[in-house]
Design a protein around this ligand. Structure first.
Ligand SMILES: NC(=O)C1=CN([C@@H]2O[C@H](COP(=O)(O)OP(=O)(O)OC[C@H]3O[C@@H](n4cnc5c(N)ncnc54)[C@H](OP(=O)(O)O)[C@@H]3O)[C@@H](O)[C@H]2O)[C@@H](O)CC1
Ligand SMILES: Nc1ncnc2c1ncn2[C@@H]1O[C@H](COP(=O)(O)OP(=O)(O)O)[C@@H](O)[C@H]1O
Ligand SMILES: [K+]
Length: 463
């Protein structure tokens, strides 16, 4: 499980640990890990030209001590001081081993820039001299390694209202921060490398499932299982306008853990579904529903509301989201909007949702009393009680028509097999992205190819 803690939680854990350790121990642990990560990033240290961008706080201290370690191993290290106060111990350590203080123009010939401008103490945005330095690195194609966080992002929300660093790698300490997992900031981090510095942290509200967590949650059939006990999913998706949505969602559902799929919809669409999947049966008892993908003119709001009020859990997707209202208890509902659909539900602009994804996913979960899975490059899942899961393993090749239908079918399958909406969403998003990675392998893919890769992605996960 990857956990993302708030700045407040990190500060409290840091204070508790620092009280037990000699002064400076944590910064040395951070700097040692950072220096190794930078050395690995460069593929060696001797002769490498390293420029440090140094702000006024401990984030700059980390960068300076790491710079000293790199200088000791033969790197040419130059610190660019962006404030009148640089960490005194760190600066002395760098100068003592042959590092020097230089100017922004040194960036032009650097192999790497370390962003020690601000970390968890930073406010969003970059001051003019920091911005100029970062822009110079971008202009000359010099990669930036962010120390703890890319400076300028909002650490606790993942928002980027102001200019910020775009890192090729982020080296963080103690735990992940929310900006490492939630877009748009997450996309500015590059790969995130975590250095353990021994912090003792409480459970985090924002978590990201990893392979072992997904494996532990996946409903695996056993010797006593039959097709009913594995779970039966009802699909109310697709229309004469969008028959493909029904076929695609069914393919996603059948690639999940359930034993049977029931399709409910217009005869012509049902025929298309059965042509692709002869095993699909008609109306009857189900353990969960997937409703809404490609419903178009078939949208029947009163019927959907009846199902939302019934006992069986529901995945509500696409057009079906129009049936959601904020009266009543919908804790068994998993809503799967993209940013545009969530914006419509909440009466705000799409760009506003894109900019503040965590906030609006949480807001909708609370307002509609549902679990919200907000689709995008990183998927944010918010439960009605404030718990958040983030999925970060998707490829941009997954942004293809119908990919959402696959996810709706798969999540319904996981719900019908007994997972909670939060777990179904997190497991579904993880496997959906894994299947996309398999079927894409770095190139184009299609929704149906993603759905067809789901069994293999699941096999690889479970084996
Ligand atoms: N916690 C831990 O466990 C450990 C933490 N460690 C490290 O410490 C880091 C946190 O250090 P920190 O607390 O000194 O804050 P930090 O981020 O350096 O910024 C501070 C100052 O920057 C300024 N400033 C603010 N916004 C700004 C802006 N937009 N643009 C420019 N300047 C801005 C503002 O000062 P001002 O200039 O306004 O007076 C503010 O006071 C943490 O990220 C990690 O790297 C590790 O060593 C090991 C263990
Ligand atoms: N840039 C991206 N990187 C990775 N995954 C993405 C990106 N953009 C969208 N996705 C994923 O692709 C899928 C698209 O679903 P959706 O928008 O509902 O499309 P459709 O309605 O055509 O099925 C979602 O699972 C979403 O999380
Ligand atoms: K930084």
């Amino acid at each position: 499980m990857r956990q993302a803690h708030t700045v407040e939680q990190v500060r409290a854990a840091e204070a508790a640990l620092m009280a037990k350790l000699p002064e400076g121990t944590l910064m040395q642990r951070a700097a040692a890990g950072l220096a190794v990560a930078v050395s690995n990033f460069l593929g060696g240290t001797y002769g490498a030209r390293v420029v440090l961008l140094i702000g006024s706080g401990d984030n700059g201290g980390d960068a300076l001590y790491a710079g000293a370690r790199l200088a000791r191993r033969g790197a040419q290290v130059t610190a660019v001081l962006l404030s009148s106060h640089a960490h005194p111990g760190g600066l002395a350590a760098l100068l003592a081993v042959g590092g020097r203080v230089g100017a922004t123009s040194d960036i032009v010939s650097a192999d790497v820039v370390l962003d020690g401008i601000v970390g968890i103490g930073g406010r969003p945005g970059l001051r003019p001299d920091a911005l100029a330095a970062v822009q110079l690195a971008e202009q000359y194609g010099v990669p930036i390694v962010a120390v703890d966080t890319p400076s300028g992002v909002d650490v606790d929300t993942g928002e980027t209202p102001e200019p910020h660093v775009r890192a090729a790698l982020t080296v963080t300490f103690g735990t992940h921060k929310i900006c490492h997992l939630v877009d748009p900031a997450a996309s500015a981090c590059g790969p995130v490398h975590l250095i353990d510095i021994g912090l003792d942290l409480p459970p985090a509200e924002v978590q990201s499932l990893q392979a072992a967590d997904v494996r532990a949650l996946y409903p695996i059939p056993h010797g006593e299982s039959d097709k009913y006990s594995r779970g039966v999913l009802g699909l109310m998706v697709g229309s004469p306008q969008y028959p493909g949505a029904a076929v695609i969602a069914t393919t996603g559902a059948l690639a999940g853990p359930i034993g049977m799929v029931r399709y409910v919809g217009p005869d012509a669409v049902a025929a298309a579904v059965r042509e692709a999947h002869p095993e699909v049966v008609g109306d009857g008892r189900v353990q969960a529903w997937t409703i809404g993908s490609g419903l178009g003119d078939e949208l029947d709001v009163p019927r959907i509301r009846e199902l939302l009020d019934a006992d069986e859990p529901v995945v509500l997707d696409a057009d079906g989201l129009k049936a959601l209202d904020d009266s009543g208890d919908h804790v068994d509902v998993l809503a799967t909007p993209h940013a545009g659909e969530l914006a419509r539900l909440l009466g705000v602009e799409r760009a506003t949702v894109e900019a503040e994804r965590l906030k609006y996913a949480r807001l909708a979960a609370e307002r509609f009393d549902v679990t919200v899975l907000l689709k995008g490059a990183t998927t944010v899942i918010a439960g009605p009680d404030g718990e958040v899961r983030v999925n970060t393993n998707a490829t941009p090749w997954l942004a293809t028509a119908g990919a959402g239908d696959v996810l709706a079918g798969l999540c319904g399958s996981l719900l019908a097999a007994g997972l909670t909406p939060l777990d179904a969403a997190a497991v579904g998003a993880y496997l959906h992205a894994s299947a996309a990675n398999l079927s894409s392998s770095g190139g184009p893919t299609t929704a149906i190819a993603v759905a067809q890769a789901l069994p293999e992605a699941t096999r690889l996960l479970l084996s």
